[in-house]
Design a protein around this ligand. Structure first.
Ligand code: AMP
Length: 191
């Protein structure tokens, strides 16, 4: 299986690139953010609870997210591989993902880190907020999301770098150029 973690700050283009990747390589796109927004949309109890974290730019607690991801993976038997988009976001989640994959005799194949300057991230998120209707795409929440990213998520880069999994991808420029850089990395892995 090919198990890709697409990694980066909010607004770095993880979702956009994941959709293209899943189409090109026939992989299962697992977006925890999309899953949470679907729960909010359906107005479930869990969705309401999740929104109270999301709208403040905070993370959902690890044990809840790990359990949700475990459920999701158990339902996806026989797939060619996964693209994990928005998971892991903490070291605890990174360790949990290794353990979950181990149960299937699998591992993370590569971590693609989309590198985008902070000013560009803020601009992109505010622009997306004009059309997304997301409760977290606004100026107040952006600061908190970037702080959470720096403090809780970015340490995963060293975690994966030490395991020789991390590949940095320049994440500014056209969507297609960025996708070409990603495809070059993936083609080398599957060759
Ligand atoms: P995203 O669409 O990936 O930017 O996620 C939107 C929001 O959902 C995040 O800011 C978090 O509040 C929440 N979220 C998504 N994935 C996770 C995760 N793996 N752990 C904790 N919270 C998450």
């Amino acid at each position: 299986m090919l198990n890709i973690v697409i990694f980066g700050a909010p607004g770095s283009g993880k979702g956009t690139q994941s959709v293209k990747l899943s189409e090109k390589y026939g992989l299962e796109h697992v977006s925890t953010g999309d899953m949470l927004r679907a729960e909010i949309e359906a107005n479930t109890e869990f969705g309401q609870k999740a929104d109270s974290y999301i709208s403040k730019g905070h993370l959902i607690p690890d044990e809840v997210m790990i359990e949700k991801l475990d459920d999701l993976m158990r339902k996806k038997n026989g797939v060619k591989g996964f693209i994990f988009d928005g998971f892991p976001r903490t070291l605890a989640q990174g360790k949990a993902l290794d353990e979950m994959l181990e149960k299937y005799d699998e591992k993370v194949s590569v971590v693609l880190s989309l590198e985008v300057e902070e000013e560009e991230l803020v601009n992109r998120i505010l622009k997306r907020g004009e059309i997304s209707g997301r409760s977290d795409d606004n100026r107040e929440t952006v600061e908190s999301r970037l702080n959470v990213y720096r403090n809780q998520t970015e340490p995963l880069k060293s975690f994966y770098n030490e395991r020789f999994k991390l590949v940095r991808i320049p994440g500014q420029g056209s969507i297609d150029d960025i996708f070409d850089s990603i495809s070059t990395v993936i083609d080398r892995i599957i060759a």
